[in-house]
Design a protein around this ligand. Structure first.
Ligand code: NAD
Length: 260
């Protein structure tokens, strides 16, 4: 279905991004993967995807907090593959703190990586997509693009910002065969989620077990973490021909959290 297309998946050395990259590779999509981590492990991921699925996979180490490096990621992909069909803006970080203590550098980093990086990537990829009259822009936002939780001011602000960006880009891309959407997962079982359990426990003065049962999954009607492959399957669908009239949408995959 997506054979021969080219996708960039930012933040794909771990978690949801790695799952999405793997799902696209399984569709025959050539890939640019990105993200931090151990060089040998990243090379194992890159070559493993190539061998398992017979696609071309390139790693680009752009720091998604830096506009110039994002521009190079897009230009390098166009150079290596000739075109970008699918752009998955997934890289993200989290920090949890009451707002009066929220470190300013953490605010700046979250806004840069979780919001501005998508702007820089879309801005640079848009001319090529317009010229080819095809593009699929998929942002991995969050249920926190639709509702808030305490102690996550920067993350919630950045993800709500993604909602505005996606809707605007959907309108600008409509006549050029470009769709832009956001997937809004609830709690997915990944390193990012695991890492915020101790901070949330400290901020709320409760145990780590209580953070999982009473905080993280409290809002979800379905008391299960969302699985990475479920998010990846939705991303693959949004990239497909069948999804060509889905645009400007914020799509929850959150066990009913935002239904309340
Ligand atoms: P993760 O920590 O497992 O992976 C994050 C990825 O982003 C890694 O590859 C990391 O190297 C990369 N990254 C971080 N900073 C970067 C930077 N400056 N430049 C380039 N790459 C960078 O996290 P995850 O849980 O897989 O999260 C992925 C996305 O999904 C994020 O945008 C997150 O907000 C969103 N999300 C996650 C959940 C969840 O429950 N895990 C829920 C909703 C939304």
């Amino acid at each position: 279905m997506l054979e021969g297309k080219t996708a960039i998946v930012t933040g794909s050395t771990s978690g949801i991004g790695l799952g999405i990259a793997t799902a696209f590779a399984a569709q025959g999509t050539n890939l640019v993967i990105n993200g931090f981590g151990n060089r040998d492990q990243i090379e194992d991921i890159r070559s493993g995807l190539e061998k398992a699925h017979g696609v071309k996979v390139v790693y680009h180490g752009a720091d998604m907090s830096k506009g110039a490096e994002i521009a190079d990621l897009i230009a390098g992909t166009e150079r290596d593959f000739g075109h970008i069909d699918i752009l998955v803006n997934n890289a993200g970080i989290q920090f949890v703190s009451p707002i009066e203590d929220f470190p300013i550098d953490k605010w700046d980093a979250i806004i840069a990586i979780n919001l501005s990086a998508s702007f820089h990537a879309i801005r640079a990829a848009f001319p090529g997509m317009k010229a080819r009259k095809f593009g699929r822009i998929i942002n991995i936002a969050s249920a926190h693009a639709l509702v808030a939780s305490p102690f996550k001011s920067a993350y919630v602000a950045a993800k709500h910002g993604i909602a505005g960006l996606v809707k605007t880009v959907a309108l600008e891309g409509a006549e050029f065969g470009i769709t832009a959407n956001a997937i809004c997962p609830g709690y997915v079982d990944t390193p990012l989620v695991r890492a915020q359990i101790p901070d949330t426990a400290r901020a709320r003065g409760i145990s780590e077990e209580a953070v999982i049962s009473d905080v993280m999954l409290a809002g979800q009607a379905i008391k299960e973490f969302v699985q990475i492959d479920q998010v990846a399957a939705l991303a693959v669908y949004l990239a497909s021909e069948q999804a060509k009239t889905i645009t400007g949408a914020m799509l929850p995959i959150d066990g009913g959290w935002t239904a309340r």
